[in-house]
Write a protein that binds this ligand. Structure first.
Ligand code: FAD
Ligand code: DLZ
Ligand code: SF4
Length: 512
């Protein structure tokens, strides 16, 4: 009796469900760097380097602990090219009679795994991924019979269920949410601490070489690789966040500064999502810092809301709504992704900076993803398929379960308001308030129309106008629609004309 336990690139946790009850005598672990997973979209080079290096380090830890492990490197001439083919080969070689898996993070992978039992003729057990704090059935129970699935209410239930940041049955400080205190721009005399960085060791250097040759045509830069690739290193990232940045996380959560991609954010999504850190330990450490008096409540609550609330919520929503969620396009957006999403060449400084940093770091913080790049994708009416693919490619923390609800639901309103009560649409004045990008821009944020005007200014009104039928009755858009309705015909025509000129330039690949 031998059991094969497959571990995917985002399952690098010693506590993983499929590693529980491992039999040192008889069982095998399989990990594989495969073409199907590394190339089904052209992932950022740094994302592939990060995952391959973290996989190789994790495999070494398991071997050191005495696990019998087959690790298939990408450039091994016997590489079978897909997870299923690697599983099949090992099953034959080792007389495997049972396969144990942990529920994967993507519907596509789960659908494939569900065929293995019949195709391979071997019993396949898919275990729940218990690294998440809400099981899929708990989320489904919460969602049942609700018309609106608002994250805030789910989050409160999670606070109570896990007793995080609670005093008895009340939220600490008597309020569930301190978001209104978390919207400050960064003062000129403040500069955030440098992010935690690690020198690539020999394993990482090998992987970087491999990626630079095998994935040369993928998006993004590979140099200055500094990510943590082991749990030990990821814990240092977490500790340094708690010690150095949590204190300011709340206040400057929405702030953006040119040349400061990391700000006061935690930079732990890479590690949470591939399993090097668990959400439970992350939340516990943040709460501990607050209880010791080392972090203010607005920062601690804001941070815990992201991990306990948003992260768990988007996962629940993804699995509840897939596979249909993939095809949502409520606003019937049709636009193609402009070239500057890949080459960064745009005169809109906010977009140029955020996409350049994305290319350099495989990272952008939340407000850059949401209110700069996402806001543009929404206002310009880009098709959800193209936008989803881009976000899945470019960020090293991206897997479909977390990427898709953020894109389809949060930025594009393509699910018609299941996730968000209104579209996150904003004109240039929001960007100017929360960042210093406009100071170095070819366009003028103060001008509303004409060749020099900030495109976000007219695109914002054009978006509302174009989508009036679908959004006009949204109670949260009452004010902007009243303003739009009170505009003179001449003003509306000017907005439409500027937008058409802009879209035409995009279509013709002109620099905008
Ligand atoms: P912090 O700002 O320090 O937040 C702490 C943690 O909270 C994050 O590490 C993350 O685990 C969690 N979190 C915060 N916001 C969200 C959210 N909206 N959804 C889920 N978890 C959240 N996050 C991903 O992990 N992978 C993605 O592919 C991804 N794609 C996104 C696409 C768009 C369009 C948007 C708007 C957001 C996306 N996010 C994604 C959420 C968020 O932007 C990132 O989690 C965050 O920027 C990661 O950086 P950080 O670790 O420094 O986060
Ligand atoms: C994202 C990714 C990449 C780039 N490469 C691999 C790989 O070679 N082997 C692997 O097991 N997983 C990889 N992944 C992650 C998968 O594409 C997929 O997103 C997750 O395994 C879903 O849980
Ligand atoms: Fe972005 Fe407009 Fe500001 Fe330029 S002026 S940085 S396009 S918001």
């Amino acid at each position: 009796m031998a059991t094969l336990r497959l571990i995917l690139a985002d399952q690098l946790s010693h506590s993983l469900a499929s590693l529980q009850d491992y039999d040192l005598e008889n069982d095998w672990v399989l990990m594989a760097e495969v073409r199907t997973e590394a190339s089904y979209v052209k992932h950022h080079k740094k994302k592939i380097a990060f995952l391959f290096s973290a996989m190789r380090h994790f495999a070494k830890e398991l071997t050191d602990h005495g696990h019998k492990l087959v690790y298939r490197q990408y450039d091994d001439k016997h590489n079978q090219g897909s997870l299923k083919a690697e599983v099949e080969l090992l099953c034959k070689k080792q007389s495997i009679d049972r396969i144990v898996l942990t529920h994967p993070g993507e519907y596509r992978v789960l659908a494939d795994m569900k065929t293995w039992q019949d195709n391979l003729g071997i019993e396949v057990e898919i275990r729940e991924d218990d690294r998440f704090l809400a099981s899929l059935s708990e989320f489904a129970d919460w969602a049942k019979d609700r018309k609106q699935l608002r994250m805030e209410f789910f989050y409160r239930e999670m606070r109570k269920a896990w007793h995080f940041l609670m005093d008895g049955d009340k939220p600490v400080g008597d309020k569930w949410n301190y978001d209104s205190a978390n919207r400050k721009a960064l003062p000129k005399d403040m500069s955030p601490p440098k992010p935690t960085m690690f020198e690539p060791d020999s394993i990482t250097q090998d992987v970087i070489k491999l990626v630079s040759t095998e994935f040369a045509d993928h998006f993004g830069e590979l140099d200055k690789f500094h990510f943590a690739v082991t749990r030990e290193q990821a814990l240092v990232v977490l500790q340094e966040f708690i010690e150095q940045r949590l204190i300011n996380f709340g206040d400057y959560q929405d702030a953006m500064v040119e040349g400061e991609p990391w700000m006061y954010h935690s930079h732990i999504s890479f590690y949470l999502n591939c399993g090097l850190l668990t959400p439970k330990e992350v939340i516990e450490q943040a709460e501990y810092a607050y209880r010791k008096g080392d972090a203010p409540l607005n920062a601690t609550e804001g941070f815990i809301r992201q991990v306990l609330g948003w992260r768990e919520y988007v996962r629940g929503l993804y699995w509840l709504k897939m596979p249909g969620y993939k095809d949502e396009n409520f606003l019937e957006a049709k636009g193609s992704l402009p070239k500057f999403f890949w080459d960064t060449h745009t005169q809109m400084n906010c977009l140029h900076q955020c996409i350049k940093e994305t290319s350099e770091n495989a990272y952008a913080h939340h407000i850059q993803r949401l209110m700069i790049i996402g806001n543009f994708a929404l206002l310009a009416g880009l098709h959800p398929d193209e936008v989803n693919e881009w976000y899945l490619i470019v960020y090293a923390d991206a897997y479909e379960w977390v990427e898709m609800p953020n894109v389809t639901g949060m930025i594009l309103f393509a699910d018609g308001g299941l996730l968000a009560s209104k579209p996150y649409a904003a004109s240039g004045s929001y960007i100017n308030k929360m960042s210093n990008y406009c100071q170095n821009c070819h366009y003028s944020v103060k001008e509303k129309n004409g060749a020099q005007a900030c495109p976000f200014n007219y695109l914002y009104w054009d978006f509302l106008d174009r989508n009036k039928e679908k959004l006009g009755n949204n109670p949260r858009l009452g004010m902007p629609y009243r303003t739009l309705n009170n505009m003179s015909d001449e003003k509306r025509q000017t907005i439409q004309r500027d937008s058409q000129v802009f879209f035409k330039a995009l279509e013709q690949d002109e620099k905008v």
